[in-house]
Design a protein around this ligand. Structure first.
Ligand SMILES: [Zn+2]
Length: 82
């Protein structure tokens, strides 16, 4: 999904850390802010309410996905050991 920078109007990207496992990357992405190539890091609070609502929704979905991964790992662990 693409968002526009609230300062200069250029497209911004969500900051994403590639190191670490998938769960922590997902959680970091969910909690992360946006990166504009002109203005640097833009906190979510500077974006209009419409963008914040969408971002919160996608964050919630990401967190649900991360929880699903954790549950899947736990289940496969239980199946292997019991
Ligand atoms: Zn900008």
């Amino acid at each position: 999904m693409d968002y526009s920078c609230p300062r200069c109007g250029k497209p911004v990207k969500r900051t994403f850390r590639t190191t670490g496992d998938s769960v922590s990357s997902l959680l970091y992405l969910a909690a992360g802010s946006f990166q504009c190539e002109n203005c640097g890091t833009i906190p979510l609070s500077e974006f209009p309410e419409e963008v914040r609502r969408k971002a919160r929704l996608s964050s919630a979905l990401l967190i649900l996905g991360a929880i699903g991964i954790i549950i899947a790992c736990l289940l496969s662990f239980l199946y292997e050991h019991f």
